[in-house]
Ligand binder design. Structure first.
Ligand SMILES: Cc1ncc(COP(=O)(O)O)c(C=O)c1O
Length: 476
């Protein structure tokens, strides 16, 4: 029987195997396919379903994983992964995750890991500064992802602004808002009838007159509007809501202003992002996902708040069995800022990579995303059978294969099939979405490894696939 304690030599050997594997993966990303996906049936037999009593050799397990797990995936860090929102990651942060879990650091309270808390505080302070919040009293917390960060922000909004009857509370956001906002509200106990999905303008930004009218009408009916959610880059098109105007409305009606910048928020560190996201500094809470456009491995999102007291008031409970942790009055304990007590030291990866590469490297990698999206738009425009639906916004371009005379159903068939063809070919990954009943294609181009040639070849493949699929459609 093994005893859960491999000797030092075995630990090193295993660690080096892992490092070599990751370095090989990163080094050869561009020359390998973007996807070699397998169905679950295909991998089911290769992966042991039962656990052995005596254990197995690491090398055998490692081979099984290499063959059936690490290679058989859609590589979100691949330079030609343009679907959904890519996750480029970076090596230094992967090492940070290993170091954090190797020391099994508990990041729930400062007393148990003061250095880890200081690193989280410093990194959060930097992000608050980038948003434009005053360093005091702002604050925040690193969380697992944008979905949890939105939920956490909405919980603070409810606590701060909904003092009356819960059932009367109403919340407002555009019809382009990410589903995690609605899900967060559902988890918090809100019913569909309390949620107002506001229409969007031509360019998919929240319609301000509709927002104002909806709030005023609810107030007249004796309801209690308490929060508006603005978008700092929608998932569909990268659209940015008019943040300053939303803030004015929130101030007038004393509502909480939450911004979902899970996708686009990180771009605020670049010159272009700072300009585009003007008004973020007026929000009460702001979500961003460093595991997207700040090049971190999963999972790291953050919720930033104008006043950290709002988080403490929402979440802090000090039971008797944790009193030993509360040695200093006023100390920041991250378990008081969200629902997690046991927390991994996820701040380390962002801090270490920022320190190692320097801010300029991050700023210019984000700036490149804006630039490459523009190049993608230009590239799409060169193909007569591709129609731009929304131009480059943030790092996203939306377009579709189009031919006049084809019905929406036929166009949907062609565009959906283009996505399947491209993904199963493995050269690149793109994804589709629906905008005002049209099925459209999205390319999200934010990976610093992506070259112009990656973009050009992918767009060319899309056009060729469209032409081929068009032939399946009977002549009219
Ligand atoms: C705008 C937006 N909000 C929220 C989320 C949810 O973030 P996560 O997947 O990190 O939970 C996403 C994910 O893509 C997003 O694009």
């Amino acid at each position: 029987m093994k005893n859960l304690k491999p000797d030092a030599e075995e630990m090193r050997r295993i660690g080096y195997l892992a490092v070599d594997k990751i370095v090989d993966h990163i080094e050869h990303l561009s020359s390998r396919p973007a996807t070699e996906s397998a169905s679950r049936e295909e991998v089911q037999n290769a992966l042991p379903g039962k656990f052995s009593d005596k254990g197995q050799s690491f090398d055998e397990l490692f081979n099984v994983l290499n063959e059936n797990v690490f290679s058989k995936i859609l590589h979100l860090d691949h330079p030609r992964f343009f679907g959904f929102i890519p996750g480029p990651g970076n090596y230094i942060s992967a090492v940070a995750d290993f170091l954090a879990s190797g020391h099994n650091i508990f990041s729930g309270v400062t007393f148990e890991a003061a250095g880890a808390a200081q690193i989280e505080i410093n990194t959060i302070n930097w992000l608050c500064g980038e948003i434009g919040y005053d360093i005091k009293p702002s604050g925040g917390i690193f969380l697992s992802g944008g979905s949890i960060a939105n939920l956490t922000g909405l919980a603070a909004a409810r606590k701060s602004k909904l003092s009356g009857e819960f059932e009367k509370g109403t919340v407002y956001f555009s019809d382009q808002t990410h589903s995690s906002v609605e899900r967060g509200l559902r988890v918090l106990g809100f019913k569909k009838e309390q949620i107002r999905k506001i229409t969007t303008t031509e360019d998919f930004k929240i319609d301000i007159p509709d927002l104002t009218a909806s709030i005023e009408s609810d107030k007249k009916q004796g309801l209690s509007p308490f929060c508006v959610v603005g978008n700092a880059g929608t998932t569909n098109t990268g659209a940015i809501d008019p943040l300053a105007e939303i803030s004015t409305i929130c101030k007038k009606h004393d509502l909480w202003f939450h911004v979902d910048g899970a996708y686009g928020g990180s771009s605020i560190i670049s010159k272009t992002g700072t300009k585009l996201l003007k008004g973020s500094e007026l929000s009460d809470s702001f979500v961003m996902d460093p595991h997207k456009w700040m090049f971190q491995p999963y999972e790291i999102a953050c919720l930033l708040v104008r006043s950290s007291d709002t988080l403490r008031e929402t979440f802090q409970i000090i039971p008797e069995y944790l009193e030993d942790n509360y040695t200093d009055e006023g100390e920041i304990n991250f378990c008081d800022y969200g629902i997690q007590l046991s927390r991994s030291f996820r701040a380390l990866k962002l801090w270490l990579s920022l320190q190692y590469f320097g801010l300029d490297a991050f700023r210019s990698a984000v700036e490149e995303g804006f630039h490459k999206a523009q190049q993608t738009e230009n590239c799409v425009k060169q193909f007569k059978d591709l129609q731009i639906i929304t131009p480059a916004q943030m790092s996203t371009v939306v377009f579709r294969y189009y031919e006049s005379g084809l019905s929406e159903d036929q166009l949907t068939y062609i565009n959906k099939s283009i996505v399947s063809e491209i993904v199963s070919d493995g050269f690149a990954v793109i994804s589709s979405t629906r905008l005002r009943k049209q099925t459209v294609l999205r390319m999200c181009v934010l990976n610093p490894r992506t070259t112009l040639s990656d973009v050009q070849k992918t767009v060319e493949m899309i056009s060729q696939a469209g032409k081929r699929l068009r032939k399946d459609i009977p002549a009219h």
